[in-house]
Design a binder for this molecule. Structure first.
Ligand code: GUN
Length: 279
């Protein structure tokens, strides 16, 4: 019998813990706002931005939402980022991705002051993570670590395999697991013998972006499986990167989609906003 890792419950615990600290910061006059910028009106981005605002309201963090039109120029966006960098009332700046194609994502993300980069995407924060220095950490992989720890799953000494090497999930996930003293392998689209490597994992993290890509033949009996994917299947139903129905019975613990990693991303964003940086 496997354990279902409940991301909804764990994310709620984290937000409730943060509520107290946010209230204390308010009393002491130390509270600072989260500024969220969305360019254009991609429906998925609008949902994510709405969820971030809701979480801020719940935890007690002031939020500012900037919805800019699709035609906004890179210069206009950079001007807003600079204004927010200089504003002492703003503690965190988040530019929702993806950006329209006429805007250079790298230019914008590197314009955000590293000490307000609550997404952990700035090269300074990415670099600090890789050399074991404190800094903001990308929210989704930070959420995976919290899911494991708060479910009593030991990471130290474990063989961890990550499928996917994105800057937002796969690479920071590798650094975080390494920091927890795991042995880490990162697989990607050019990896040979992917199934054999995945099958070595005590902890398998799927962040491929392909619906139900990980099937039972990728999974060692009793492994822990973490599904970072959010996709739609042939029937337009939400599903992860893991074929849950065939995989779950072979695991000792697994995250569902929805209700697994998804809610943790926003909880860890709240953590970054309140704590100033991620553990
Ligand atoms: N788009 C999809 N995920 C994210 C995220 O974690 N942060 C930002 N800024 N944009 C995203």
């Amino acid at each position: 019998m496997y354990k279902l890792i409940d991301g909804k419950k764990i994310s709620q615990e984290i937000k409730d813990e943060l509520k107290e600290k946010a209230a204390a910061m308010k009393r002491e006059g130390k509270a600072r706002a989260l500024a969220v910028i969305q360019v254009g009106d991609d429906p998925a981005s609008s949902v994510y931005v709405g969820n971030k605002k809701k979480a801020c309201d719940y935890v007690g963090i002031e939020s500012q939402t900037y919805k800019l039109k699709e035609e906004t120029t890179q210069e206009e966006l950079l001007e807003l980022v600079e204004k927010l960098n200089a504003d002492d009332a703003v503690g965190g700046i988040l530019v929702q991705l993806p950006l329209p194609s006429h805007i250079n994502e790298y230019k914008v993300l590197t314009a955000i002051s590293p000490d307000k980069d609550v997404d952990g995407f700035h090269p300074v924060n990415v670099g600090n993570l890789s050399i074991g220095r404190p800094g903001f950490v990308s929210c989704t992989p930070a959420g995976v670590i919290q899911l494991l720890k708060r479910s009593g799953i030991e990471i130290e000494g474990k063989e961890c395999v990550i499928i996917g090497r994105s800057n937002i999930v796969g690479k920071p996930m590798a650094m975080l697991l390494l920091r927890e003293n795991a042995t880490v392998t990162v697989c990607h689209s050019k990896t040979k013998n992917l199934k054999e490597i995945a099958k070595r994992a005590d902890i398998l993290v799927a962040a491929v972006g392909r619906p139900k890509f990980v099937t039972a033949d990728f999974v060692k009996e009793g492994a822990v499986v973490i599904d970072v994917g959010i996709n739609r299947d042939q029937n337009n139903k939400l599903c992860g990167d893991v074929d849950f129905d065939s995989v779950a019975e072979h695991t000792s613990a697994i995250t569902p989609v929805p209700g697994g990693v998804g809610p943790m991303t926003v909880a860890m964003l709240m953590y970054n906003c309140v704590e100033g940086f991620c553990i």
